[in-house]
Design a binder for this molecule. Structure first.
Ligand SMILES: Cc1ncc(COP(=O)(O)O)c(C=O)c1O
Length: 407
C-alpha cells in the first residue's frame, strides 16, 4: 500500500465550485494564475480537435482553411477588444509582441525610450538590446512601491518625457508589483505628446477591460493564455493602422512579397510566418464563449469576481502578517503583490529560486511566486485570483506564511 501523500494528511483548502472546469492538481493550492494562466479542460479538448483536423489533412488545413480560422479568431478577439480585426496579429506570447515592435522600429542615435522600473524583465531586456544597437538612451522611471495612487505613477512617467522621447513601454498591470496602472490616461497623454506607446498588456485581455480603438496606443500586445484562459502560446499584437507599415513579424516569410489583392501587407506578413501550430489561436473563439458562459454576467462579471477575490485575499494576508496594503484597491486588478515582513532571507538574485517559495511548495503545497527585487528593493509575494480559487486558500497561505516567517 502506498503511504498517504503530504496533501492527504494535510487537509488542503477547497477550491471554488467552478474549479471543476480545470484539471489543476488537487494536491496543489494554486495561487499563481498570473504566471502562465490555466486552461479549462473543455478548451484543451477543443485545441485537440484543431490538432486532429490539421493532422487529418495538413495541406488542406494550411493552404485552404487556416486563414479563415485565424480570421475567426481575430474577429472574436476584436469584438471583445472593440477594434478592427484586421489590425490584430495572432502571435505566441507577449514577449514576442514586444520584440516584434522594438526590433522593427528604426531609431536615431540619441532617441529616448521611456520605461518604468516595474517593467517585466524580459521586455526590459528587449529594450536594452535594441537601445544598444541604435545608440538609444533608455530612461528608467522610478515608480514608488508602496504607492499612494495612480496619479503618482502617472506623474512620475510623464515627468520622464523629454523632446527626445520616441517610445514608452507601459504596462496595463505590472508583473512584479501587480499594479493596475492608469494606462488609459497614460496612453492618451503620451500619444498626444507624440510618444508612441508600446502597451504591455500581458495581463490584459480577460483581466481588465480593453477598448483598443478608443485607447489609441500605437502598439498593444496581450497574452490570451493568461486571463482569457486560452491554450498556451496564444497572444495578439494590435498595431494602429498608421503604424502598420513600420512593423514586421520577427520571422520574415512569404507575406513580404505575396500579391496584395484586397488586403494589406501587414495582414499578409503576420498571417503566414512559416509553418506553426495554430491550434491555440484557433481555440480562441471557443475560449471566449466558454469562459463567459461560466458566470452570469460574462466577462465583466469574471473580472469583477476575480478582482474582489484578489482584494479579499490581500486583506487576509495583510491582517495575518501585520502589514499594510502597498497600494489602494483601485490599483489592483486580479493579482496583488505584498512586500513580505522581515523574516527569512532577502536579496536573493531574481534568477535563483527563493527558499520560501520552495518551502511553500514542498511543505504546504502552495504554488505562489516569492522573489526579491532590486527596484523597488524588497522581498515580495504575489497572489492571483481566478474563478477556481476560494477564499479559504488565502487563509491557508496566510497561516503557512505566519508559521514559516515566525510571525
Ligand atoms: C507584464 C508582463 N509582460 C510580459 C510577460 C511575458 O509573457 P509571455 O511569457 O507569455 O511572453 C509577462 C509574463 O508574466 C508579464 O507579466
Amino acid at each position: 500500500m502506498c503511504p498517504p501523500t503530504l496533501a492527504e494528511v494535510m487537509d488542503l483548502p477547497q477550491r471554488s465550485a467552478l474549479a471543476r472546469h480545470w484539471q489543476l492538481d488537487k494536491q496543489c493550492v494554486f495561487l499563481n494564475h498570473g504566471s502562465f494562466g490555466a486552461t479549462p479542460i473543455a478548451i484543451l479538448d477543443e485545441q485537440r480537435k484543431w490538432q486532429d483536423l490539421l493532422e487529418a489533412e495538413p495541406v488542406r488545413f494550411y493552404e485552404d482553411l487556416a486563414m479563415e480560422f485565424m480570421r475567426d479568431s481575430r474577429r472574436s478577439l476584436a469584438s471583445m477588444l472593440q477594434c478592427d480585426a484586421d489590425d490584430l496579429a495572432l502571435i505566441e506570447n507577449a514577449t514576442s509582441g514586444v520584440n516584434t515592435v522594438l526590433r522593427s522600429l528604426v531609431f536615431d542615435k540619441g532617441d529616448e525610450i521611456l520605461v518604468p522600473d516595474h517593467a517585466y524583465q524580459a521586455c526590459r531586456n528587449t529594450i536594452d538590446f535594441v537601445a544598444e544597437r541604435w545608440g538609444v538612451k533608455v530612461v528608467t522611471v522610478n515608480i514608488p512601491f508602496p504607492i499612494e495612487g495612480p496619479t503618482v505613477a502617472f506623474d512620475a512617467i510623464m515627468a520622464g518625457v523629454t523632446p527626445r522621447t520616441v517610445l514608452a513601454m507601459i504596462d496595463t498591470v505590472t508583473s512584479p508589483t501587480g499594479l493596475l496602472m492608469p494606462f488609459e490616461r497614460l496612453v492618451q497623454a503620451l500619444e498626444e505628446k507624440g510618444v508612441a506607446v508600446m502597451l504591455d498588456a500581458a495581463h490584459g485581455i480577460g483581466m481588465v477591460p480593453l477598448a483598443l480603438e478608443e485607447l489609441g496606443a500605437s502598439y498593444t500586445t496581450s497574452n490570451c493564455h493568461k486571463w482569457l484562459c486560452a491554450p498556451k502560446g496564444s497572444a495578439f499584437l494590435h498595431v494602429r493602422k498608421d503604424r502598420q507599415h513600420l512593423i514586421h513579424p520577427l520571422t520574415i516569410s512569404h507575406g513580404m512579397t505575396f500579391p496584395l489583392g484586397d488586403t494589406t501587407r501587414f495582414r499578409h506578413e503576420f498571417d503566414w510566418t512559416g509553418t506553426r501550430d495554430i491550434s491555440a489561436a484557433c481555440s480562441i473563439p471557443a475560449t471566449v464563449d466558454y469562459m463567459q458562459n461560466m458566470v452570469d454576467g460574462g466577462w465583466p462579471a469574471i473580472m469583477q469576481l476575480n478582482h474582489d477575490l484578489a482584494i479579499e485575499g490581500r486583506n487576509i494576508l495583510c491582517e495575518r502578517l501585520g502589514i499594510d496594503a502597498p497600494c489602494p484597491e483601485e490599483m489592483v486588478a486580479c493579482i496583488a503583490t505584498l512586500e513580505l515582513p522581515e523574516g527569512g532571507e532577502a536579496g536573493i538574485p531574481l534568477h535563483e529560486p527563493d527558499p520560501l517559495h520552495k518551502v511553500l511548495q514542498d511543505k504546504y503545497r502552495i504554488q505562489v511566486p516569492v522573489w526579491s527585487w532590486e527596484s523597488p528593493k524588497g522581498r515580495y509575494i504575489r497572489i492571483s485570483a481566478q474563478l477556481y480559487n476560494h477564499v479559504g486558500e488565502y487563509h491557508y497561505l496566510a497561516n503557512a506564511l505566519a508559521v514559516v516567517l515566525n510571525l
